[in-house]
Design a binder for this molecule. Structure first.
Ligand code: C5P
Ligand code: MG
Length: 163
């Protein structure tokens, strides 16, 4: 019998850049700037992917999807999370719940909470009630607060299907 539960934590940050889209869990947010990155720079999907990988001590997103690889240029980040979930399923684990926080000074994200939560829940294969998405400013302090970057954090609990 394997450990019944495993917990993982993920964190990511991306630079703010004009002329790029702002995508959070696959949802494009209306904004006059976006996030720089090799992929679509979906900081929230990246943090949740690292939380799933972390729960099973399978390294990090860059190990599985190097940002130097041409095949991931402009890639939709749902596939990174789907890959991490597949690795978890192969080991007999599936997610129980996801909690997350996006830290961004502007624009306001709360009107998009439902859409982001539903998209994340759909990708993870959970009911929206089991997926939490929180938003914070950085109170105008540091790179996030000065509008130079966006961060996301996540915690994911996995349960064994073999227990
Ligand atoms: O960071 P602060 O606590 O001041 O955020 C206040 C509220 O504003 C939060 O509860 C959050 O839901 C919302 N918020 C938002 N979009 C952001 C940052 C915060 O909707 N980019
Ligand atoms: Mg990233």
């Amino acid at each position: 019998m394997q450990t019944p539960f495993r917990i993982g934590q993920g964190w990511d940050t991306h630079r703010i850049e004009t002329g790029r889209p702002l995508i959070l869990a696959g949802v494009q947010i209306p904004s006059d700037f976006g996030l720089a990155g090799h992929s679509d720079a979906d900081v929230l999907f990246h943090a949740v992917t690292d939380a799933v990988l972390g729960a099973l001590a399978l390294g990090d997103i860059g190990m599985h999807f190097p940002d130097t690889a041409p095949e991931w240029k402009g890639a939709g980040s749902a596939q990174f999370l789907e890959h991490a979930l597949k690795l978890a399923a192969e080991r007999g684990y599936r997610p129980v719940n996801v909690d997350s926080t996006v830290i961004l000074e502007r624009p306001k994200l709360k009107d998009f909470r439902g859409a982001i939560r539903e998209s994340l829940a759909r990708t993870v294969g959970l009911a929206p009630e089991c997926v939490s998405v929180k938003f914070k400013t950085a109170e105008r302090v540091g790179p996030v607060g000065e509008g130079r970057s966006c961060e996301a954090q996540s915690v994911v609990l996995l349960a064994s299907q073999k227990a």
